[in-house]
Ligand binder design. Structure first.
Ligand code: CAA
Length: 257
């Protein structure tokens, strides 16, 4: 893997993925996105991983899709390359992904943070969809996910002007979970991942699936989906262990089964 680095952390059951194209501010070219998807698919199958942190570096989470890679392409070439299929598959990851964001999270970089399940931001983080300034529009979900995250008025402002959203504003609008000093953002994200890795991974995955369902369905259908997943947890050893441990007043030991 040339453009990403994967580390399984000392903390139990947590993996860290670092985007690693620093000179290009982690611009998301095809190779990087393919490597990222492969890493996520491998971690999804790895029983020693229960939560994933995805980060860049202090200056940039990612400054967008690689402009140099696509500048001269025609619409048909873009259509045939179908690069966003790779991007779409990222959201199929079953395990929770926390984006740890510092510096620029722009264009496809912002869209990638929104494909994650939670976002921890450093005070220096800047979110935005500046595609309008280079004569195009978001292509990896920005018009949809940003609108759902911050509401129509703010999404219109950001996408139609290309303005950036500061970490503080992103927190105010509910785009990010927490803003911390720059020296703390990765630690904070790993702590969150570690906390999630301590509960039943079966229940975590079923909960993630049900929450994501709320973006796709009407309430009735979403509630039915939740109910099925709730009942499904009763097929797991983890549910039996969790409830037994509560009654016996001890700490549960989850196996992910
Ligand atoms: N693609 C390709 N290369 C990029 C890049 C990108 N998205 N963003 C930055 N780079 C490169 C720069 O070309 C530069 O390379 P060279 O040293 O070879 O010239 C290097 O990274 C450092 O960038 P800057 O010198 O520009 O750094 P800066 O600190 O002055 O500015 C910035 C930082 C404001 C983020 C600026 O780089 C910038 O505006 N980048 C582009 C942001 C953007 O428009 N993103 C949207 C891309 S389109 C998209 O993402 C579509 C989609 O929906 C999927």
């Amino acid at each position: 893997m040339d453009f990403i680095k994967v580390t399984e952390q000392k903390e139990p059951f947590v993996a860290l993925i670092e985007l690693n194209r620093p000179k290009e501010l982690n611009a998301l070219n095809h190779q990087l996105m393919t490597e990222l998807l492969m890493a996520l698919q491998q971690l999804d199958k790895n029983d020693l991983v229960r939560a994933i942190v995805l980060t860049g570096n202090e200056k940039a989470f990612a400054a967008g899709a690689d402009i140099k890679e696509m500048a001269e392409k025609t619409a048909i070439e873009m259509h045939l390359m179908d690069r966003f299929t790779t991007w779409d598959q990222i959201r199929k990851t079953k395990k929770p992904i926390i984006a740890a964001v510092s510096g620029f999270a722009l264009g496809g970089g912002c869209e990638l943070t929104m494909m994650c399940d939670m976002i921890i931001a450093s005070e220096t983080a800047k979110f935005g969809q500046p595609e309008i300034k280079i004569g195009t529009i978001p292509g990896a979900g920005g018009t949809q996910r940003l609108t759902k995250a911050v509401g129509k008025a703010k999404a219109m402002e950001l996408i139609l002007t290309g303005r950036f959203l500061s970490a503080e504003e992103a927190h105010f609008y509910g785009l990010v979970n927490k803003v911390v000093p720059v020296e703390m953002y990765l630690h904070e994200a790993l702590q969150l991942a570690k906390e999630i890795a301590q509960v039943s991974p079966v229940a975590v995955q079923l909960a993630k699936e049900a929450i994501n369902r709320s973006f796709e369905t009407q309430l009735d259908e979403g509630l039915a989906y939740e109910r099925k997943n709730f009942y499904l947890t009763f097929a797991s050893e983890d549910q039996k262990e969790g409830m037994k441990a509560f009654i016996e007043k001890r700490k549960p030991e989850y196996k992910g089964k």
